[in-house]
Design a binder for this molecule. Sequence first.
Ligand SMILES: O=C(O)CCC(=O)C(=O)O
Length: 269
Amino acid sequence: MLTADQIKSFEDNGFLLVKGLLSKEEAAKYRKSLHSLFDRIDSKRVDATWDSADEKGTTQLQHCHDVQFYDASFSKLIVDDRLTGATADLIKSPNVQLHHTKAFIKPPEKGSPFPLHQDAPFFPHQRESMIAAIIHFDDAYEKKGCVRVMPGTHKNGILPHISQGNFHLDKEKYPINNAIPAPAEAGDVLFISYLVIHGSGVNESDEERTTLLVQMRDPEDLPTVETHLSRGQGMMLRGSNPIAGKGKSLSAATASSAAAQLVGPEAEV
Ligand SMILES: O=C(O)CCC(=O)C(=O)O
């Protein structure tokens, strides 16, 4: 699926932008489905701005977890060979398991930022297979609050984070401008290691920024803490789960979380 250079670039930098993984037409179709879903869901799901964002109260972030439970087009998208094939190459496993999905719309002129962080503190695992694929349904450039990354920082392990509703790095030491913008066009997919430092700025443009983040792992890479469970967790997106049915042999700390992986949609919390 991916070239050796792309895989090497991911290994070196902790992220990889795959251009045109979806066509512009596909991206436009998914964008329409997502906006129509956001119009249907209740407002409790709506503002997801992190408490740690300095702009909290003045900016907004619309989100929805588990979009595949609302619209079958997203169920198809998360098992799309182009997405799961690239993921398999990057995590070096033929088996790709879903951790969770979340869609974001960053509204125009006031779309909330994400302070710099690693994803690992939210759901630590035994190994480092966990990656996010951020699928862009419209263009995301710097002024639109595109994702920003600090290349190579996935090599430093899990760093101390401040817990403030979510986890973020000390903003004095890690201002958002320390990270380089990763601008993307509709149809591009940004893959990021769960260890790479990333975040994003405010959407100051006059257009919405629309993305779907799909967090995935090797099914044999088990969580070390039972946390961040979700309805779709454990679904196999590609290949099969070699440890399915072997949950009982796992340590007590991971057993129930592994059960959630094995059971999948029944594991809602
Ligand atoms: O979509 C973005 O701007 C960043 C999202 C992110 O960093 C996260 O959800 O962990």
